[in-house]
Write a protein that binds this ligand. Structure first.
Ligand code: SF4
Length: 433
C-alpha cells in the first residue's frame, strides 16, 4: 500500500506556514507510525512519483487539500494508467465532490484504524501513537532560524463556524494519548529542538487533557505556539504563559460583530479586546491575529474599515485570507444555493481569491483590496520589530540569558543541522532514511 501527497511542480513547491515550508505530511506520518506496513511518499517530484508507481501496488492512496485537486486528478489518472486497481483518497481535499467518482474509497477524519484493518489489526482512537515531524522556520527566506517540533494532540471542534471544514471532516472528537506525545517530546528534546507547534485547529478545547499536556511542555522546558479562540487563550493565559506559551494565533476573522454573527463564529468582539488587554502584559508573548476579507454583507469600504480596526486592535502581526466556501461546509451550501460559486479552479481555493458571487465586490476588485489590506496588516517591519521586542527582549527579561542561549543561539544551529524530511518512527526506533 502506497500513500502519497500531491507532487511538486518545481523543487520549492511547498505550502508554507508563516515562512515555514511544510515538507512533511502529518496525516501520512500518523498512519505510518501506527500501521508500519504501508509505504509513504511525501511531496515527490512527478518523475519520482511515476517511478515509485512502477514498483507495483495493491492500493495507492492520496492525502491532499482542495487547492491540490488538479495535481491529484493527474496522479490518479497516472495510477489508473499503470493498472493500479484500488485508489483511496483522504484529508480535507477528499471532501470535494469531484473525488468520490474517481476513487474506490474516501476517508473522512483519521484513517489509522481503517488502514490497520486491511492488515487484520485495529488501532482504536485511544491507542493512536503520535509520530515525529518537524518544520524549519526562517525569518529571512532560505536562512533557517528555528526548527519547530510539530504535534497534533486533539481531533475535532465543538464550534460550527460556517466557513470551516473541521466540524465536517473531524466528526469524532478525541485526544491523542499523552504517553505517546511524551515519547515524541523526549525525541525532540534529544535532537535539540526547543519550540513546539501543536497544529490542533483549536488548542485547549479539552481542558483536563490540555492542563496535563501543557505541564508536560513545561517539564521539558519547551516554548510553544498554539492557535485557538481569544476566549480560550484569555481563560488560560496565566498558566500557559508560565508553561512556555510564546506565540498565540487567534482566529479573529473580523472586528465587526455582524460579520462574526453572519459566519456563526460564536465570538464576541469584547473577547478579542479582552485577550489583547490581558496578553499585553505578557511581555514575552508574540500575538498573531487571523483576519478574513470578503464577508458577505460588507462593501469594499467596510472591509477596509474592518482591516483598520484590526490594525488598531494591537496584534503583533496578522494573516489575511479571503472568505472561501469549501465543499460540504454550511457556507458552501448556502452560497451555492443563493449567490452562486463562480470559480471552481482548485488553485484558487488557497484563501487568496474570491471564488463566489459577492454582492458588492468583484473578484478583480478583491485582488486589489486583498493586496492593499495585506500591506496594512502584514508588515515585515512589524514582524521583525515586535518579534525582537517581545520574543527576544521580553524573553530576556522574563527568563534571562538561558532564554538567549536555548532559543536564540542554539535554535539556528540545530535548525541548520536537522533534516526536516527525515522519516523516523518509534516502533522499531530505527531511521528509515
Ligand atoms: S474556525 Fe476554529 S472554532 Fe470555528 S469551527 Fe473551525 S476549528 Fe472550530
Amino acid at each position: 500500500m502506497l500513500l502519497c501527497t500531491t507532487y511538486r511542480r518545481f523543487p520549492g513547491d511547498y505550502t508554507t506556514i508563516v515562512n515555514a515550508p511544510r515538507r512533511v505530511c502529518p496525516g501520512l506520518r500518523f498512519i505510518k507510525q501506527n500501521v508500519p506496513e504501508v509505504e509513504i511518499l511525501e511531496y515527490p517530484m512527478w518523475r519520482q512519483y511515476v517511478k515509485r508507481l512502477k514498483q507495483g501496488w495493491d492500493v495507492v492512496g492520496f492525502s491532499f487539500y482542495q487547492n491540490e485537486l488538479t495535481e491529484i486528478h493527474k496522479m490518479i489518472a497516472e495510477a489508473r494508467r499503470q493498472g493500479i486497481k484500488e485508489i483511496w483518497a483522504g484529508n480535507y481535499g477528499a471532501l470535494d465532490y469531484s473525488i468520490p467518482p474517481v476513487v474506490d474509497r474516501v476517508f473522512t477524519g483519521p484513517a489509522e484504524d481503517d488502514v490497520a484493518r486491511v492488515f487484520g489489526r485495529r488501532v482504536r482512537n485511544e491507542d493512536i501513537q503520535h509520530p515525529a515531524m518537524m518544520v524549519h522556520f526562517s525569518i529571512v527566506p532560505g536562512l533557517r532560524a528555528q526548527t519547530f517540533g510539530l504535534l497534533y494532540t486533539a481531533h475535532g471542534c465543538p464550534y460550527k463556524c460556517s466557513f470551516c471544514q473541521t466540524p465536517v471532516f473531524e466528526r469524532e472528537r478525541f485526544t491523542i494519548n499523552l504517553e505517546s506525545i511524551e515519547r515524541v517530546l523526549r525525541y525532540y528534546k534529544k535532537l535539540g529542538i526547543t519550540y513546539l507547534f501543536p497544529m490542533d485547529e483549536l488548542f485547549g478545547i479539552f481542558p483536563k487533557f490540555t492542563d496535563e499536556l501543557t505541564r508536560m511542555f513545561a517539564r521539558y522546558r519547551f516554548h510553544w505556539w498554539a492557535q485557538s479562540r481569544a476566549s480560550i487563550f484569555t481563560r488560560n493565559l496565566d498558566d500557559w504563559y508560565e508553561r512556555g506559551l510564546r506565540i498565540t494565533a487567534v482566529g479573529v476573522e473580523s472586528m465587526f460583530q455582524s460579520s462574526l454573527d453572519g459566519m456563526n463564529k460564536s465570538q464576541n468582539i469584547e473577547e478579542i479586546y479582552e485577550f489583547i488587554r490581558r496578553s499585553e502584559e505578557k511581555r514575552a508573548l508574540f500575538r498573531i491575529g487571523y483576519f478574513m476579507t470578503g464577508h458577505e454583507g460588507m462593501t469594499a469600504e467596510e472591509t477596509l474599515e474592518d482591516a483598520l480596526c484590526m490594525r488598531r486592535a494591537g496584534f503583533d502581526t496578522h494573516t489575511v485570507s479571503v472568505m472561501t466556501p469549501f465543499p460540504r461546509t454550511d457556507l458552501w451550501e448556502r452560497i451555492a444555493a443563493t449567490r452562486g460559486i463562480i470559480d471552481y479552479e482548485p488553485r484558487h481555493y488557497s484563501l487568496q481569491h474570491l471564488v463566489w458571487n459577492h454582492p458588492y465586490i468583484t473578484p478583480g476588485q478583491m485582488r486589489y483590496l486583498q493586496n492593499y489590506i495585506i500591506k496594512i496588516l502584514v508588515k515585515y517591519s512589524d514582524f521583525i520589530s515586535n518579534g525582537i521586542s517581545r520574543l527576544i527582549w521580553g524573553g530576556l527579561r522574563k527568563e534571562g540569558f538561558e532564554m538567549l542561549w536555548r532559543h536564540v543561539l542554539k535554535g539556528p544551529v540545530v535548525a541548520n543541522v536537522l533534516k526536516d524530511k527525515k522519516l523516523y518512527f518509534f516502533n522499531d526506533c530505527e531511521s528509515k532514511s
